[in-house]
Write a protein that binds this ligand. Structure first.
Ligand SMILES: Nc1ncnc2c1ncn2[C@@H]1O[C@H](COP(=O)(O)OP(=O)(O)OP(=O)(O)O)[C@@H](O)[C@H]1O
Ligand SMILES: [Mg+2]
Length: 335
């Protein structure tokens, strides 16, 4: 008999949304929606909506409905999730799916309830919530079933999270409500300060991804971007190098390290020695920043390494957690 109930792992991120079933990725799109303001009608979503950012007439607004990992625009989030769930499970939703949705470590009960309700409102039959560092640890196969200490640093778009896990649970963790978008902001400020030129967030993100790094690189890359002169308001091109981006990113990177440091300070010594042996796993889109592993290794004094699937591990872990609900009982988010 075919399995009629779909079991979905949904990673609802500030910047990207990933849905997995088993180990398979069903969807990976920016968490962005374009809406007609007057009717509050969704006209585009995902990559197509992200591509419209900064290029739309007044009547349309391009929105990221999540901010720092939590729902900021409830109705838009529910609409988006509902649309996607129908796309995956069929428009009639005869068999409504069961979902494990991820949320940042340590969010408030009001924020938790919003995620839960958005999942149900979107058509899920049952919604369970899992903390993102735990889902990510499952998704990258860290041996969290054992009493050994495992550490994960999660560099998202709107959050930075660090956690130490053992025995299927989080021992110590912390979330900072800042992430990859803050790196983009730091690049925007740097370009304004150094060249008197204003650039937008999409351009700053491109600079970060294409030529950026956390530490100076042997190979300097250069990129020319178009900005707007701060004084005249006229278009002005600027040339930026890898070194420029490294310099621009130092401040937000220091904040990122501080989160991991504070978690280590609160970790029991027995677990610290395990972590030194095993290393620190880095995941989330920020893990893809060149040299971030070396940067963290140096700053923490513990080897840090990039996982194989930094962008999808959280959704894959959430999907897998659906089959582990009994073992994870105490670690899943209570409502
Ligand atoms: N190659 C890269 N170098 C640097 N940063 C990158 C790279 N690729 C993606 N990113 C950044 O990763 C971030 C998105 O990561 P991710 O998808 O893990 O976040 P999210 O899950 O949406 O956010 P959160 O979990 O904080 O709510 C963006 O800020 C993006 O710019
Ligand atoms: Mg995320």
């Amino acid at each position: 008999m075919p399995v009629l109930t779909r079991e979905l792992g949904i990673d609802l991120g500030t910047v990207n949304m990933v849905i997995a079933e088993g180990n398979q990725i069903l969807l990976q799109e920016p968490t962005t929606v374009a809406i007609v303001i007057e009717e509050q009608k969704m006209v585009e979503w995902g990559q197509a909506a992200k591509d419209m950012d900064g290029r739309v007439p007044d009547i349309i607004e391009v929105v990221r409905p999540l901010r720092n990992g939590v729902i900021a625009e409830y109705e838009i989030t529910e609409k988006l999730l509902g649309y996607i769930i129908k796309k995956i499970c069929g428009p009639m939703l005869i068999f409504r799916p069961v979902a494990m949705i991820t949320a940042p470590y340590g969010i408030t009960s009001v924020e938790t309830r919003a995620v839960h309700e958005a999942g149900l409102g979107a058509g899920c039959r049952e919604v369970t919530l899992i903390q993102q560092p735990l889902a990510a640890a499952i998704g990258v196969d860290l041996p969290i079933a054992t009493p050994t200490g495992n550490m994960i640093v999660y560099l998202g778009g709107g959050t930075n999270q660090a956690a130490v896990l053992a025995m299927h649970g989080i021992v110590v963790a912390e979330t900072a409500r800042t992430g990859g978008l803050a790196l983009d902001d730091a690049i925007i400020s740097y370009v304004r300060r150094k060249f008197g030129v204003i650039i937008g967030q999409p351009t700053a993100e491109q600079l970060k991804i294409k030529i950026g790094a956390a530490i100076p690189q042997e190979m300097q890359q250069v990129m020319e971007v178009q900005g707007q002169d701060q004084v005249s308001g006229l278009p002005k091109p600027v040339h930026l190098t890898t070194d420029d981006i490294v310099e621009a990113l130092q401040e937000p990177l220091t904040d990122m390290v501080a989160v991991a440091r504070r978690v280590l300070e609160r970790t029991p010594p027995e677990l610290i020695s395990d972590i030194i042996d095993r290393g620190v796993a880095i995941c989330g889109g920020g893990a893809l920043l060149r040299g971030v592993d070396k940067y963290l290794t140096k700053a923490l004094g513990i080897p840090a390494y990039l996982v194989d699937n930094p962008l999808t591990c959280t959704a894959q872990g959430a999907a897998r957690a659906l089959g582990m609900r009994e073992i994870l009982r105490r670690s899943l988010i209570r409502l």
